[in-house]
Design a binder for this molecule. Structure first.
Ligand code: GTQ
Ligand code: FE2
Length: 372
């Protein structure tokens, strides 16, 4: 996806070490390559095999207030229905040539439903989740199971499950969608199907059937054995996430282990049938920093998107630093050094494509100052 794009930028100078001596015959050879759609490694190797990752995606911050304002205007002008499917507006990484991709693997979008509005049922091979930074009143119906969406909840729509959304409230609702759309796009592995015309179940239970089966800590139904590629837990509720983070920080005060580093608690959402990540391509976590805490600088292979859930602070990526507050999003490219600073208590949701690299034995992490 990088080296083959429209403008063939030759990073390797013709007189660089390892390059042949220019001559009319060499020019002719290169014209022959072009005619036959061939490209020699020796002119591209600097771009294709740098010493460490040089991703095309760049770091960027989007402010939630700006996203919500444009989503609200879309709500007045753009219908949701068959064909367009969703009123979802994607973050387009400035390094990715205008594609609606936050990173080379991850889609991040704000989705918006007007009061009493439906989004039609469909399914696709892309894995999806929702994270709710504000509001409530929408149910996402996943394979016929209505799942309430409320602030702080993390909700799954694993690949190939039918899903539609309906807003039962008298107010609009906006939330964050995360999917592996770019990964599936570049790898040519997408399939898509329309579902029934109507969002089939309009009931509004507080808890989904999936949660009633699977959301009891450390307990699984005996009748449903085996491991599944995606977590069967349709919704990870804020009360549980919040309690886990609070407990980590309280235990730290009592001198017990559990936090990532001083003043920095974090939990990962997991698939209870494997103990691994919630979906094959997406890792998701919630982090909490005590006021005044600055994290160690860290980089890792794979790209990530962070969203502030609560509080205010700063996110530094390489040479850039952004002030962030509730709802703001920052995209972190592969191998970019990241430092978080909390000005108040700071809660941050994070999702990343790390499971892909772990599966390929290509994951690496580096802490600043530590050897690679
Ligand atoms: O809610 O089903 O942001 O299919 C992109 C594609 C949301 C969804 C997105 C989708 C959805
Ligand atoms: Fe979808």
């Amino acid at each position: 996806m990088s080296a083959s794009t429209a403008s063939p930028v030759r990073l390797t100078a013709l007189d660089a070490p390892g390059q042949p001596t220019p001559s009319p015959e060499l020019e002719d050879l290169y014209r022959g390559f072009e005619r036959e759609l061939l490209v020699p490694l020796w002119t591209e190797i600097g771009d294709l095999m740098p010493a460490s990752p040089r991703p095309q995606a760049v770091a960027h911050r989007w402010r939630w207030a700006g996203l919500v304002e444009l989503a609200r205007r879309s709500g007045a002008l753009v219908p949701v229905g068959r064909g367009g499917e969703r009123r979802a507006i994607a973050l387009a990484n400035p390094g990715l040539g205008g594609a609606p991709f936050a990173t080379p693997t991850l889609w991040a979008a704000i989705q918006y439903l007007n009061p009493r509005e439906d989004a039609p049922v469909h399914r696709h091979t892309q894995h999806a989740f929702r994270f709710v930074v504000e509001g409530e009143g929408v149910w996402t119906v996943v394979d016929g199971d209505p799942v309430a969406m409320r602030r702080g909840d993390f909700l799954l729509t694993p690949g190939w499950s039918f899903h539609g959304h309906h807003n039962q409230a008298e107010v609009p609702m906006a939330w964050l969608d995360g999917l592996d759309i770019p990964f599936v796009h570049y790898t040519g592995s997408t399939f898509f199907e329309f579902g029934p015309e109507e969002v089939n179940d309009r009931s509004t239970p507080a808890r989904s059937r999936a949660e009633r089966l699977w959301s009891h800590p450390g307990l699984r139904p005996v009748a449903l054995p085996g491991s599944r590629p995606s977590s069967p837990i349709a919704a990870y509720r804020w009360e549980h996430t919040d309690a886990a983070l609070a407990d980590q920080l309280a235990l730290e005060v009592e001198g017990h282990p559990g936090v990532v580093e001083p003043g920095h608690a974090a939990v990962r959402y997991t698939n209870p049938t494997t103990g691994g990540d919630v979906m094959p391509t997406i890792r998701a976590e919630m982090h909490r920093l005590r006021p005044g805490v600055r994290t160690a600088t860290r980089r890792e292979v794979g790209s990530a998107v962070w969203q502030v859930f609560d509080g205010a602070g700063r996110v530094r990526v390489g040479e850039q630093e952004w002030a962030v507050e509730r709802g703001d999003l920052v995209v972190v490219p592969s191998w970019a050094p990241l430092t978080l600073t909390a000005d108040t208590r700071l809660d941050l949701f994070r999702f990343a494509d790390t499971p892909i690299f772990e599966r390929l034995y290509a994951d690496r992490v580096q802490l600043e100052g530590a050897p690679r």
